[in-house]
Design a protein around this ligand. Structure first.
Ligand code: AAT
Length: 297
């Protein structure tokens, strides 16, 4: 009578796994890159699952998508004009970036066309991001797209990446960060999905050390959000700024742009539900164990 339960099992969080009660399997397929599934759950609405890992749910996606987009966009001293999303095939980060009226172009490089198609069909409230006329979609490997970009192109790069097993592994490695550094304008900013303090402190430490090497003269900072359906209920972001001539590195902890509203003519947009300037400042305040662990890197 309890129906079926999906349990999220992975070598990245051994011995633990979030379980969701499933009412209906809506889609199951295999793309060139990964297993793709969409299920309707009792407690969290429709859920996207890639290779057995939860990517987003109707009920709590706004926490992650708002924070990964607005933390970097609002930290910039000058409102951004050109942005790139790597991954993010569900469209949620596009939806959030589209709130920034200063943006003239929003590119997305998502490896898996099946994720885009499935999201348009089953997650209309996220895929609404695709209908913004400033968005240009590229279905390709994110590392290749960034390596091919011209030097100094972007004010802002958001890496909405799956976990570092499978197609997203390259998105956690130095060649990708070197390429992003090159593709950014001086003073530009990168924000990448950077996993859980509870389960991945070693990954986060080495990511921070590698970013500090690549973004020399800039700032490298970890911020986080709370979200019940990601492992441990907490997920973070590595935010790196590219140095701009002399002067101190831009500190991403201070919001310098106002929280964005609803884009013009978009009555189907929800208001912001997680991000605010207060939340922005608080997101960089780490628990003592994490602050200590990251202090040396
Ligand atoms: N918006 C929240 C969901 C994600 S989506 C991660 C996306 O990254 C997926 O659509 C996947 O197809 C895409 N992706 C993976 N590798 C690459 C690559 N090399 N180039 C471009 N896109 C890629 C994040 C969920 C976080 C889960 C935490 N446990």
């Amino acid at each position: 009578k309890d129906g079926t339960w999906f349990t999220e099992v992975s070598s990245l969080w051994p011995g633990t796994g979030l379980a969701l009660q499933v009412d209906e399997v809506m889609f199951k397929g295999r793309s060139d890159f990964q297993d793709v599934a969409v299920v309707k759950t009792k407690a969290f609405g429709t859920v996207l699952i890639l290779d057995g890992a939860i990517q987003c749910t109707d009920r709590d996606e706004f926490s992650y998508q708002e924070m990964i987009a607005h933390l970097p966009a609002c930290a910039l001293p000058t409102a951004p004009k050109k942005a790139l999303v790597v991954g993010g095939g569900d469209g949620g980060v596009l939806r959030e970036l589209a709130r920034h009226t200063s943006l003239e172009q929003i590119h997305i490089a998502e490896i898996d066309g099946m994720v885009i198609d499935v999201s348009k069909k089953y997650f209309p409230q996220m895929a609404v991001g695709y209908s913004d006329p400033r968005v240009k979609v590229h279905v390709c490997d994110g590392i290749k797209f960034v390596q091919d970009a011209e030097e100094g192109t972007y004010d802002l790069i958001v890496v909405d990446s799956s976990d570092p097993v499978g197609p997203a592994e390259v998105l956690f490695q130095k060649p990708f960060f070197d390429a992003m550094h090159r593709a950014l304008k001086p003073g530009g900013i990168v924000c990448t999905q950077a996993e859980s303090l509870w389960y991945h402190l070693e990954i986060i430490k080495s990511l921070a050390a590698m970013c500090a090497e690549v973004f020399q003269g800039g700032a490298v900072q970890y911020a986080f959000t709370t979200i019940p359906t990601y492992p441990s209920g907490q997920i973070g972001f590595m935010i790196c700024t590219k140095a701009k001539g002399e002067g101190s590195p831009a500190d991403a902890r201070e919001p310098r742009q106002p929280a964005p509203g609803v884009p013009k003519g978009s009555s189907d947009y929800p208001p912001l539900r997680y991000y605010s300037q207060e939340v922005h400042k608080a997101a960089f305040v780490l628990p003592a164990f994490a602050k200590d662990a990251l202090a040396g890197s």
